[in-house]
Design a protein around this ligand. Structure first.
Ligand SMILES: [Zn+2]
Length: 240
Protein backbone atom coordinates (compact mmCIF):
# COMPACT_ATOMS: atom_id res chain seq x y z
CA UNK A 1 0.00 0.00 0.00
CA UNK A 2 1.28 3.47 -0.88
CA UNK A 3 1.67 5.92 1.98
CA UNK A 4 -0.99 8.59 2.42
CA UNK A 5 -0.02 12.26 2.45
CA UNK A 6 -1.76 14.90 4.54
CA UNK A 7 -1.23 17.88 6.76
CA UNK A 8 -1.63 17.26 10.48
CA UNK A 9 -1.39 18.67 13.99
CA UNK A 10 -0.10 16.67 16.95
CA UNK A 11 -2.85 16.25 19.55
CA UNK A 12 -1.10 13.80 21.85
CA UNK A 13 2.26 12.21 22.16
CA UNK A 14 3.64 9.30 24.05
CA UNK A 15 7.30 8.34 24.33
CA UNK A 16 7.23 4.76 23.13
CA UNK A 17 10.86 3.72 23.47
CA UNK A 18 14.23 5.44 23.47
CA UNK A 19 13.89 6.17 19.78
CA UNK A 20 10.18 5.98 18.98
CA UNK A 21 6.99 7.88 19.72
CA UNK A 22 3.31 7.17 19.38
CA UNK A 23 1.50 10.26 18.17
CA UNK A 24 -2.14 11.12 17.83
CA UNK A 25 -2.46 13.40 14.83
CA UNK A 26 -5.41 15.38 13.60
CA UNK A 27 -5.00 15.20 9.84
CA UNK A 28 -6.87 17.66 7.64
CA UNK A 29 -8.30 15.14 5.19
CA UNK A 30 -8.03 11.96 7.24
CA UNK A 31 -9.14 12.96 10.72
CA UNK A 32 -7.65 11.52 13.88
CA UNK A 33 -4.77 9.12 13.20
CA UNK A 34 -2.75 7.22 15.77
CA UNK A 35 0.67 6.59 14.34
CA UNK A 36 3.92 5.13 15.54
CA UNK A 37 7.00 7.11 14.55
CA UNK A 38 9.78 4.58 14.65
CA UNK A 39 13.26 5.95 15.11
CA UNK A 40 12.02 9.55 15.16
CA UNK A 41 14.21 10.40 18.13
CA UNK A 42 17.36 8.89 16.65
CA UNK A 43 19.84 11.72 16.21
CA UNK A 44 22.42 12.11 13.48
CA UNK A 45 26.09 12.96 13.98
CA UNK A 46 25.28 16.61 13.44
CA UNK A 47 22.22 17.01 15.60
CA UNK A 48 20.33 15.26 18.32
CA UNK A 49 16.76 14.46 17.34
CA UNK A 50 14.14 15.29 19.89
CA UNK A 51 11.13 13.82 18.19
CA UNK A 52 7.87 15.57 17.46
CA UNK A 53 6.23 17.81 20.01
CA UNK A 54 2.62 18.39 20.97
CA UNK A 55 0.83 21.03 18.85
CA UNK A 56 3.33 21.00 16.02
CA UNK A 57 1.85 21.21 12.53
CA UNK A 58 3.45 19.52 9.59
CA UNK A 59 3.15 17.38 6.47
CA UNK A 60 2.87 13.70 7.20
CA UNK A 61 3.12 10.52 5.16
CA UNK A 62 1.71 7.47 6.82
CA UNK A 63 0.65 3.89 6.32
CA UNK A 64 -2.73 3.31 7.92
CA UNK A 65 -3.19 0.36 10.23
CA UNK A 66 -4.15 -2.81 8.37
CA UNK A 67 -6.35 -4.12 11.16
CA UNK A 68 -9.40 -1.93 11.47
CA UNK A 69 -9.94 -1.41 15.19
CA UNK A 70 -7.60 0.29 17.62
CA UNK A 71 -4.39 -0.42 15.70
CA UNK A 72 -1.54 1.96 15.09
CA UNK A 73 -0.57 3.18 11.67
CA UNK A 74 3.01 4.00 10.82
CA UNK A 75 4.38 7.48 10.27
CA UNK A 76 6.83 7.29 7.38
CA UNK A 77 7.64 10.97 6.89
CA UNK A 78 7.29 14.18 8.85
CA UNK A 79 8.09 17.72 7.79
CA UNK A 80 7.37 20.40 10.34
CA UNK A 81 5.56 23.46 8.97
CA UNK A 82 4.96 25.32 12.20
CA UNK A 83 6.03 24.75 15.79
CA UNK A 84 3.91 27.67 17.11
CA UNK A 85 6.85 29.05 19.06
CA UNK A 86 4.97 32.15 20.27
CA UNK A 87 2.44 29.88 21.87
CA UNK A 88 5.16 28.08 23.80
CA UNK A 89 6.47 31.27 25.41
CA UNK A 90 3.57 31.64 27.78
CA UNK A 91 2.15 28.95 30.03
CA UNK A 92 -1.44 30.23 29.66
CA UNK A 93 -1.16 29.92 25.89
CA UNK A 94 0.34 26.44 26.12
CA UNK A 95 -2.48 25.30 28.36
CA UNK A 96 -5.02 26.81 25.98
CA UNK A 97 -3.41 24.97 23.05
CA UNK A 98 -3.42 21.74 25.05
CA UNK A 99 -7.08 22.24 25.88
CA UNK A 100 -7.90 22.66 22.17
CA UNK A 101 -5.92 19.50 21.41
CA UNK A 102 -7.62 17.58 24.21
CA UNK A 103 -11.18 18.37 23.14
CA UNK A 104 -10.35 17.67 19.49
CA UNK A 105 -8.95 14.25 20.32
CA UNK A 106 -11.88 13.48 22.61
CA UNK A 107 -14.65 14.59 20.25
CA UNK A 108 -13.46 13.10 16.95
CA UNK A 109 -13.14 9.51 15.75
CA UNK A 110 -10.20 7.74 14.13
CA UNK A 111 -10.25 8.28 10.37
CA UNK A 112 -13.24 10.65 10.40
CA UNK A 113 -12.23 13.80 8.48
CA UNK A 114 -13.18 17.31 9.65
CA UNK A 115 -11.30 19.70 7.33
CA UNK A 116 -13.19 22.80 8.53
CA UNK A 117 -12.39 21.92 12.12
CA UNK A 118 -8.74 21.39 11.20
CA UNK A 119 -8.71 24.91 9.77
CA UNK A 120 -10.37 26.24 12.93
CA UNK A 121 -7.72 24.52 15.04
CA UNK A 122 -4.84 26.01 13.02
CA UNK A 123 -6.56 29.41 13.30
CA UNK A 124 -6.85 29.20 17.09
CA UNK A 125 -3.24 28.02 17.46
CA UNK A 126 -2.14 30.91 15.25
CA UNK A 127 -4.11 33.41 17.29
CA UNK A 128 -2.91 31.98 20.61
CA UNK A 129 0.65 33.06 19.78
CA UNK A 130 -0.16 36.68 20.51
CA UNK A 131 -3.19 36.69 22.72
CA UNK A 132 -3.63 37.85 26.29
CA UNK A 133 -7.14 36.41 26.46
CA UNK A 134 -6.87 32.71 25.59
CA UNK A 135 -10.31 31.92 27.00
CA UNK A 136 -12.07 34.11 24.46
CA UNK A 137 -10.23 32.38 21.61
CA UNK A 138 -11.12 29.00 23.04
CA UNK A 139 -14.82 29.90 23.02
CA UNK A 140 -14.50 30.28 19.24
CA UNK A 141 -12.89 26.88 19.01
CA UNK A 142 -15.35 25.14 21.36
CA UNK A 143 -18.06 26.55 19.14
CA UNK A 144 -16.39 25.36 15.92
CA UNK A 145 -15.97 21.90 17.43
CA UNK A 146 -19.57 21.61 18.61
CA UNK A 147 -20.91 22.87 15.28
CA UNK A 148 -18.65 20.63 13.19
CA UNK A 149 -19.61 17.53 15.17
CA UNK A 150 -23.31 18.42 14.93
CA UNK A 151 -23.64 19.02 18.67
CA UNK A 152 -24.21 22.76 18.79
CA UNK A 153 -27.09 23.24 21.24
CA UNK A 154 -30.39 24.88 20.35
CA UNK A 155 -30.66 28.04 22.45
CA UNK A 156 -33.78 29.44 20.83
CA UNK A 157 -36.50 27.12 22.16
CA UNK A 158 -37.31 24.31 24.53
CA UNK A 159 -35.91 21.21 22.81
CA UNK A 160 -38.66 19.04 24.32
CA UNK A 161 -41.91 21.00 23.75
CA UNK A 162 -40.65 23.51 21.15
CA UNK A 163 -41.79 26.54 23.17
CA UNK A 164 -39.84 29.67 22.15
CA UNK A 165 -37.26 30.69 24.76
CA UNK A 166 -37.89 34.24 26.02
CA UNK A 167 -35.10 36.71 25.29
CA UNK A 168 -33.14 38.39 28.10
CA UNK A 169 -34.03 35.61 30.50
CA UNK A 170 -32.00 32.91 32.22
CA UNK A 171 -32.76 29.39 31.09
CA UNK A 172 -32.19 25.75 31.96
CA UNK A 173 -29.79 23.97 29.69
CA UNK A 174 -29.33 20.25 29.16
CA UNK A 175 -26.31 18.98 27.25
CA UNK A 176 -27.84 15.55 26.71
CA UNK A 177 -31.07 17.05 25.38
CA UNK A 178 -29.09 19.37 23.13
CA UNK A 179 -30.31 22.77 24.29
CA UNK A 180 -32.69 24.72 26.48
CA UNK A 181 -35.49 23.12 28.47
CA UNK A 182 -38.46 25.14 29.73
CA UNK A 183 -39.65 25.06 33.34
CA UNK A 184 -42.61 22.89 32.45
CA UNK A 185 -40.43 20.21 30.87
CA UNK A 186 -37.63 20.50 33.41
CA UNK A 187 -38.86 17.72 35.78
CA UNK A 188 -38.35 15.23 32.94
CA UNK A 189 -34.69 16.14 32.52
CA UNK A 190 -32.24 14.89 35.14
CA UNK A 191 -29.14 16.56 33.71
CA UNK A 192 -29.47 20.33 33.52
CA UNK A 193 -27.95 23.59 34.65
CA UNK A 194 -29.17 27.14 34.92
CA UNK A 195 -27.56 29.58 32.47
CA UNK A 196 -27.52 33.34 33.01
CA UNK A 197 -29.46 35.54 30.61
CA UNK A 198 -26.29 37.44 29.64
CA UNK A 199 -24.56 34.20 28.64
CA UNK A 200 -27.49 33.04 26.51
CA UNK A 201 -27.59 36.41 24.79
CA UNK A 202 -23.83 36.32 24.21
CA UNK A 203 -24.07 32.85 22.64
CA UNK A 204 -27.04 33.77 20.48
CA UNK A 205 -25.31 36.90 19.21
CA UNK A 206 -21.83 35.35 19.15
CA UNK A 207 -20.48 38.38 20.99
CA UNK A 208 -18.92 37.98 24.42
CA UNK A 209 -18.66 40.97 26.74
CA UNK A 210 -15.94 40.49 29.39
CA UNK A 211 -18.31 39.47 32.16
CA UNK A 212 -19.72 36.60 30.07
CA UNK A 213 -16.45 35.02 28.92
CA UNK A 214 -15.80 32.68 31.85
CA UNK A 215 -19.40 31.52 32.17
CA UNK A 216 -19.64 30.90 28.44
CA UNK A 217 -16.39 28.95 28.38
CA UNK A 218 -17.62 26.86 31.33
CA UNK A 219 -20.96 26.15 29.68
CA UNK A 220 -19.38 24.97 26.43
CA UNK A 221 -16.80 22.95 28.36
CA UNK A 222 -19.66 21.42 30.34
CA UNK A 223 -21.40 20.49 27.06
CA UNK A 224 -18.23 18.84 25.77
CA UNK A 225 -17.61 17.05 29.10
CA UNK A 226 -21.16 15.69 29.17
CA UNK A 227 -20.74 14.48 25.58
CA UNK A 228 -17.49 12.63 26.22
CA UNK A 229 -18.67 11.36 29.60
CA UNK A 230 -15.91 12.86 31.73
CA UNK A 231 -14.61 16.27 32.75
CA UNK A 232 -11.96 17.71 30.45
CA UNK A 233 -8.51 17.63 32.05
CA UNK A 234 -7.08 20.93 30.86
CA UNK A 235 -10.08 23.19 31.55
CA UNK A 236 -9.00 23.85 35.14
CA UNK A 237 -5.79 25.43 33.83
CA UNK A 238 -7.65 27.90 31.62
CA UNK A 239 -7.88 30.83 33.98
CA UNK A 240 -8.11 33.90 31.75
ZN1 LIG B 1 -40.67 22.61 27.24
Amino acid sequence: MAPIKDEAIVLRRLEYSETSQVLVFFAREHGRQRLIAKGIKRGTKKKAAVGIDLLERGDIMFLPCQRKAHGLGTLTEWRQNDAYLGLREDLRRIYAGQYAAEITAAMTEDGDPHPALFDALTAVLDALRHTVTPKLLLIDYQQALLRDTGLWPDLTRCVICNRQAPEQRAGYFSAHQGGLVCRRCLPRVAENRLVLAAVLTALRENHYPDQTVSETFDLLDYTISQTIGRPTTMSKFITE
